[in-house]
Ligand binder design. Sequence first.
Ligand SMILES: C[S@@+](CC[C@H](N)C(=O)[O-])C[C@H]1O[C@@H](n2cnc3c(N)ncnc32)[C@H](O)[C@@H]1O
Length: 346
Amino acid sequence: MLPANPSPPGASLSWATLDWPRLDRLRAKFLARAGGQGSYWTSREDLANYDFTYAQRIGWKWDAVLRELRLRGWQPPAGPLLDWGCGSGVAGRRVVEFYGVEQFGMLRVSDRSRLAMEFAAERARERFPGLIVARTDAVHAGGTVVISHVVNELDDAGRTALRAVIDAADAVIWVEPGTYDDSRALIDWREALRADFAVVAPCTHRRECGMLHAHNAPHWCHHFAAPPPGLSADADWVRFGRRAGIDLRKVPYSFLVLARSVTPTDTNGATGAFEGWSRVIGEPRLYKGFARVLDCAAEDVREVGVQQRDHPEMFRAIKKGHGPTLLHGAVDARGWKRLDRTLGGD
Ligand SMILES: C[S@@+](CC[C@H](N)C(=O)[O-])C[C@H]1O[C@@H](n2cnc3c(N)ncnc32)[C@H](O)[C@@H]1O
């Protein structure tokens, strides 16, 4: 039997001291989608165990999102950062790590759980000694809001509170699990917010989301993040994945990035820099000599074909799990897309 996890505040956990029954209980709570049912964080040990495991996996999704934002040449505006629904605070820390303390100067952490806010603030202070870190229940004007894995826990009051936070923000970076329901919930938020914000990503436009067209009802907007190299050979992570019932090789996520102002949008509703581009949804399916790609463009989300003979390098990248993120090219009457440029992947 594993020893009970004795981790006092600030002490770092190890695989040997991980509290598996505690993680099992948290997992059951997450799966129960505890909207409006009050906090499930009962102690600092809950947060420490979560931070060591589930939150790391969430961090890989944040890494993928932040890399895509860099690929698109976008970064959050200078000014304070707010991690809303912070839990153990992985999202805020990942974003500060990526852009640097000087970009934000201040990190605010907010959660319905006081324990979570205390934990997240403490971890951020440990990690970034030069950063001003504050707990907050209030809505502050301006700055960037990060939201991570919260959407399926919101009741009406939570949605109202979050809307007030977003209404006061300059930019929003929001990451959720890549499930059908979570993606569809994020699409609803996008629709509610796109009149007030430019859509930075994943979309290349700010028109109505094509996933809302009736023929796309079976689909959802999701992507896959890769875990750090070598993880699938790490016995501790493999054990965690098995126990938690999650596949660690590919980590599905959905995301939405909004900003008050980016490159001016044209009359077609395309976000200036990416007019005419499309975003690959999910993973392309490979067949003999061609691939089928769910392709999100301003007009619609639809499946297109890409011929291997036209784009052998793209096929090699897809086989390695690193296909391009953004595509540019024309689709012919039979649904074949001929690419003249791609971005992302290798
Ligand atoms: C699954 S955890 C995710 C935590 C963290 N954002 C992450 O990505 O690891 C969801 C968090 O949202 C918080 N939460 C849920 N509903 C909330 C609400 N209405 N107001 C503030 N926080 C809320 C929970 O207390 C919990 O800490």
